[in-house]
Design a protein around this ligand. Sequence first.
Ligand SMILES: [Zn+2]
Ligand SMILES: [Zn+2]
Length: 889
Amino acid sequence: MSQNNSTENILPKAYEPSEVENKIYENWLENKCFHANENSDKQKYSIVIPPPNVTGMLTIGHVLNNTLQDILIRYHRMLGLETMWLPGTDHAGIATQNVVEKALAKEKLTRHDLGREKFVDRVWQWKEKYGGIILKQLRKLGCSCDWERERFTMDEGLSKAVQKTFIKLYNDGLIYKGKYIINWCPRCRTALSDEEKIPEDTKGHLWHMRYPRTDGKGYVIIATTRPETMFGDTAVAVNPSDERYKDLVGKTVKLPFTDREIPVIADDYVDKAFGTGCVKITPAHDPNDFEVGRRHNLEQIIVMDESGVMNENAGKFKGLDRFECREAVIKELDEMGLLEKIEDHEHAVGHCERCKTIIEPYLSDQWFVKMKPLAEKAIEAYKNGTLRFTPARWGNVYLHWMENIRDWCISRQLWWGHRIPAYTCEKCKHVEVAEKAPEKCSKCGSEHIHQDSDVLDTWFSSWLWPFSTMGWPDSTEALKKFYPTDTLVTGPDIIFFWVARMVMAGYYFMGECPFHDVYFTSVVRDMKGRKMSKSLGNSPDPLDIIEKYGADALRYTIVSLAPVGQDIRFAENKVEIGRNFANKLWNASRYVLMNLEGSEASINKPLPPANKLNKPDLWIISRANKAAKQVKDMLAEGNFRFNDALKTVYEFIWNDFCDWYIEMSKPAIFAKDKEVKANVQQVLVFCLDKALKLLHPFMPFVTEEIWQKLPGSEGFLMKQSFPVADTSKIDDILEAEQDDLMSAVRVIRNMRASANISPAKKLTIRVVNHEGLSKVFVEQEQMIKTLAGVEKIEIVETKPKGHLIGLMGSTEIGLDLAGILDIATELARVTKEIENTEKNLNKIAGKLDNESFVSRAPAEIVEKIRTDVDGYKKQLEKLHEYQNELKSL
Ligand SMILES: [Zn+2]
Ligand SMILES: [Zn+2]
């Protein structure tokens, strides 16, 4: 279809992201642009989103993570793959239960007042009303998720998957219930995983206590940081190679406050250098002692209740809080002469991630998954390259954890979550694991059966996420098409919680690794280097930023700040760079469109043959193809060089296209020759089309808006093919030549600027012939004249008098000052300018010499002054150079 371009397609003068972005997103949605077809015969590319907590709100960290996923998704979609990005949320056991409990507290109610069923109803109500806001926020960011596939870790299908998993693992002998030493939070009254236990260096004490020997030969001195657990001691242990205690092993000691005699045992676990080399063994209250106790068949005595209050085993200390008991025990031991000494002792103490309470290692009934058998294939996958990590250093972290894996405590004492499908007969204690509650006990026939009251760890549903979300355990078309997924983009903080466990589940239930690449995102910090967090108040609201600058600007900035494996320093004002880029692109596009009126240029037309084009045209075509080639390499499988790719596109658009090519094309655009003009119009349209396509995955909105105005465009940019480089059109020799042209223009422009010559003044340039290096001035004479505002260019043999001299490599370029500027006046002006600059410099440099100012002023202010001082110094350097230059004339 040949249709002359009209003025209707011209863009408004200014780009208003807030108007454009919502409109475009709605359009994409209405046209189902994000939906992936599972029956397609195209090759697929799929990603499952790391499900944010249903209570979550968008943070800058989410912006980074989801922008990168969207780039991958949009890029692969444009490569022609059937591309699916599956969104959803996590029910987030403790987090969500806490939110609702807090709301209840305002009504002076606790969950116990409501009872389990009503409380869980309340949580569902909360979820329907407020949950999943973050998914709406992701739409503002431009995320092209397949919203028709949205899942929730407690929806019907996923609940079924969780149940199925539990039952299968149980039947396979990989789930067991046992007494186990676990991390217990006495405040939350729940078990915590190792990962939910936050070690903090704490100043405490090492108490040296005397346990009397029963053979009457004095005492054994043991050192401990937790004296209150002594009531649970069932042995004293020494290292078998410790000469000091050789005769002690096999003897007994009397446990103070009790009438119990406990043995002295030898075990390699004991560190000879710690304390006295003699330690108490408390199997029910210490994970290492638990293991020692198992090896030596020691009794397990629990000495406190679930809230950390001492029980009857603590004798007269019963009823005291664990820390009150500690004080009391020490005081009485001292009075009895059984306290040897107290040392200061700094050590890491585990705290509850949620409430910061000191964790109590505690023996309790919990459900566990045996992890060792599951880890085998996950280890192999990494070792044989099936599973790759970027940055690669995370591979070792993963491997170390896998090789030393411990059983996973999956039960949580919460109400919000997947209730454990285990039923116990009250009469005979027989346990049945089943989808539905059995009507009667299969052993004794009793009808008194109750379901386990615990729920499953939240991660027990999210470790199934890559396949449960696609319909497993049913065998669905989606699974066949999109599983295993391709890339997982997530934060390194959940490598054990989530990534490692998904790999294990993927192999166990699906027989395949759930993804082949894991990309770990950078940590986002503020300008002071602090991690962004709610509690520090240093985390700006991304929605405010999007409102102010546009989503594209935010996406641009966050990606350009994120090189692989390095932390990001983010500040809101950096988003201006992204906004400026969007505006630059907008203005250039507007210029191109305005100069197409009446032309037949179209994105669907081939380029004019090379012999009909000028050097600048061939050059920009070469640059466009090179950019396409480089971006493809940078985003090739496993590379993930997002910021390099974006930088390449940015430089192509900003420098090559906007700053140079548009200027270079002007003579042809304003030429009388219709064919010359038409050819250049076609090149402009070609380049703009390529530029928009290359940039689309990074800045989807502004590119879509502009592209739809390009002549010949139909449908959506996001559905177009990504540019394929035509390497036959990449011409390095021509590019080098054009580089010379641009350097020449830059040198002349700089001389014009330093001499303060108005851009309207036409210059005369004399270039000293230097081993042929000046040839660009002959070959590209006209273009240099146009771009640098030059009237006359001469090649001369010797350095001309009365000229400013600029250097291009070793080629001297002379700018004739005759009639342009009076040297004496100019010298006076420059001298004055030097004086002023020196004054300004001294004014602020003095502040840096003032130590008390530097130490007291905010770091940002001091930094700003330093930058200003550097700026003035550089300026002075240039002025002096110029002054010398003038003097030499
Ligand atoms: Zn807690
Ligand atoms: Zn029974």
